[in-house]
Design a protein around this ligand. Structure first.
Ligand SMILES: Cc1cc2nc3c(=O)[nH]c(=O)nc-3n(C[C@H](O)[C@H](O)[C@H](O)COP(=O)(O)O)c2cc1C
Length: 353
């Protein structure tokens, strides 16, 4: 690698290239994390979809597949979050990222243990709040990004945050190739983070029938809705989404209650823990309790697509990029092509050849 791609992120995380594979519930399992890390990127294990007692064994599994450093993602309102924090600190993983939260006390515990804290934010005010509580690196996710996402496009959020903070900033939302990596570095970012592009690889353990939906989706098949779980969520249009879009309030409530019970079975969480989780998300997201109750829809319906391989009965979170991607490279092929292309473009811009 030339010095062109040697950014502060590479030094902080100990990876070869400034490319992050982000956490995706039910998707970023040990096989994908290890394949990303072995390819030279930095992978995050998704622990938000794991029971607390499953996090330690999942970390061990990543260690058995790679000797490269990696991170863990979870959110502070999930059942068993305190136990997950202890597990991550005991395992001394390199970095943590957060779907929701974190708070100052949690950040201090991780940083005292030498763990790099890099939350994802979708708005300037959240970026500023995270810097105030002491995080090390920000991942900013523009509106075209996958899963829960804000409204500000990456091309506006990235310079806005870069102008306002001093910590390294990683750009996410819509990245998939070497051009994007070169452009992010030119903006002043320390690297890029990608979810959907890593989901769409041969190394990703999601069933082929579900990955096929991503490969065949066009831009018109990708929608942003609040009807699934009360928050802005980017999804591939399918049978379940069509049903939710047309359902009245009673049917939505009944569906949410049914999914809350399924989530209880799936995660082994007690009902009280799910209520605490819903209340935490309610406070953070400014939601009504009915909307917070709908939070159970996402994990249950994503699991159906990503684990059970039933994409017409579940939902598929996605970034806009799925609408223009039509292949499934290996992580090695993906990272190598991004690195070669980004280096060539940056060199050409610097020297004219
Ligand atoms: C299928 C899927 C599941 C996701 N699950 C999570 C999650 O559990 N926690 C989280 O913090 N972000 C989650 N995200 C967001 C990603 O980590 C990442 O920020 C986003 O995908 C970046 O945008 P991109 O898809 O355009 O690369 C998910 C995204 C996708 C596509």
């Amino acid at each position: 690698m030339t010095t062109l791609l040697h950014t502060p992120l590479v030094d902080l995380l100990g990876c070869r290239y400034p490319i992050v594979q982000t956490a995706m519930g039910w998707v970023a399992r040990p096989e994908l994390v290890a394949a990303s890390c072995n390819a030279g990127a930095f992978g995050f294990l998704a622990a938000a979809s794991l029971r607390a007692k499953e996090v330690g064994p999942a970390i061990d599994r990543v260690h058995s597949l790679t000797d490269r450093p990696f991170g863990v993602n979870f959110h502070m309102f999930q059942p068993g979050a305190a136990q997950i924090v202890d597990t991550i600190i005991a395992a001394k993983v390199k970095a943590v990222s957060f779907g929701r939260g974190p708070d100052k006390v949690m950040i201090k515990r991780f940083r005292d243990a030498g763990i790099v804290c890099m939350p994802t934010v979708g708005a300037l005010r959240h970026a500023q709040k995270m810097v105030q509580i002491g995080i090390d690196v920000l991942i900013i996710q523009g509106g075209e990004g996958g899963g829960h996402t804000g409204s500000v496009p990456t091309t506006l959020l990235l310079p806005q945050v870069l102008d306002a903070v001093k910590v390294p900033v990683v750009a996410a939302g819509g990245f998939f190739d070497g051009r994007g990596l070169a452009a992010a570095l030119a903006y002043g970012a320390a690297g890029v983070a990608m979810g959907t592009r890593f989901l769409m690889t041969r190394d990703c353990p999601v069933p082929e029938v579900t990955k096929k939906r991503y490969v065949t989706a066009g831009l018109d098949d990708i929608v942003l809705t609040t009807r699934l779980d009360g928050l802005q969520h980017r999804l591939i249009r399918n049978e379940v989404l069509a049903d939710i879009e047309h359902a009245g309030p009673t049917r939505l409530l009944v569906g949410a209650l049914r999914n809350a019970l399924r989530l209880k079975r799936l995660t082994g969480a007690k009902l009280g823990e799910l209520v605490v989780a819903a209340r935490g998300m309610q406070r953070e997201g400014g939601l009504s309790f009915g909307q917070a109750l709908m939070a159970a829809n996402s994990p249950v319906l994503i699991e159906r697509s990503m684990i059970q391989g039933r994409p017409s009965e579940g939902v598929m979170s996605t970034g806009m990029v799925a609408g223009i991607l039509g292949d499934l490279p290996s992580c090695d092929e993906l990272v190598a092509s991004m690195v070669n292309d980004a280096e060539a473009r940056l060199r050409q811009l610097c020297t004219g050849v």
